[in-house]
Write a protein that binds this ligand. Structure first.
Ligand SMILES: [Zn+2]
Length: 145
C-alpha cells in the first residue's frame, strides 16, 4: 500500500496494535525502574540474579496474551532473560513468589483474569501511556537513573 502524502491536518486514527506496542514498552520500563535499587539493579523474581534495569526484562506471570493482567503491576516483575525466555517464565517459581509477595488471594485474582474478555479502548491505552510516561519520569529522577 502506498501512503498518500496528504497536506490536510486531519487527525490520524491511532490503531490499537500501535498503542499496545507503545504501552508495552513504557510499562516495561516502569516495572524495571520501579523495582530497581539505588544502583539501577533489579533482582530476577524467579532466580534472584541481579541485573541492570536496562538489561533485565519485564516478566509476566500470566501470559501477555491475557489482556486483563497484561498491565497489572502485580503480574509483572523484573525477570532475567534466562528465566523469562529460556525457562519460559519459570512458572512454578513465579507462582511461589507471587504468593509470598501478595498472598493466595491475589494469585487467584490474577488466574481468574485469564477468563476475562475485557478489552481496552483507544482512550484506555492513551490514559495508561500518559500515566506510565509520567511515572517513568518521576522514578528516573527519584532514583537518579
Ligand atoms: Zn532469573
Amino acid at each position: 500500500m502506498i501512503k498518500s502524502k496528504s497536506t490536510k491536518s486531519k487527525p490520524k486514527k491511532v490503531s490499537i496494535p500501535i498503542l499496545q506496542q507503545l504501552l508495552d514498552k513504557i510499562f516495561s520500563v516502569y516495572i524495571r525502574l520501579r523495582h530497581a535499587n539505588q544502583f539501577g539493579f533489579c533482582k530476577c523474581i524467579t532466580c534472584g540474579e541481579m541485573l541492570s534495569w536496562v538489561r533485565i526484562q519485564n516478566g509476566h506471570y500470566i501470559d501477555r496474551r491475557h489482556i486483563a493482567t497484561r498491565y497489572d503491576e502485580r503480574n509483572c516483575h523484573p525477570q532475567c532473560p534466562r528465566c523469562n525466555i529460556g525457562s519460559r517464565g519459570n512458572h512454578e517459581k513465579y507462582k511461589r513468589a507471587i504468593v509470598a509477595e501478595y498472598g493466595v488471594k491475589v494469585l487467584e485474582e490474577l488466574e481468574s483474569g485469564k477468563r476475562s474478555i475485557e478489552k481496552l479502548t483507544v482512550a484506555d491505552y492513551q490514559d495508561k501511556i500518559a500515566y506510565y510516561k509520567a511515572e517513568v519520569k518521576r522514578l528516573k529522577k527519584e532514583k537518579g537513573l
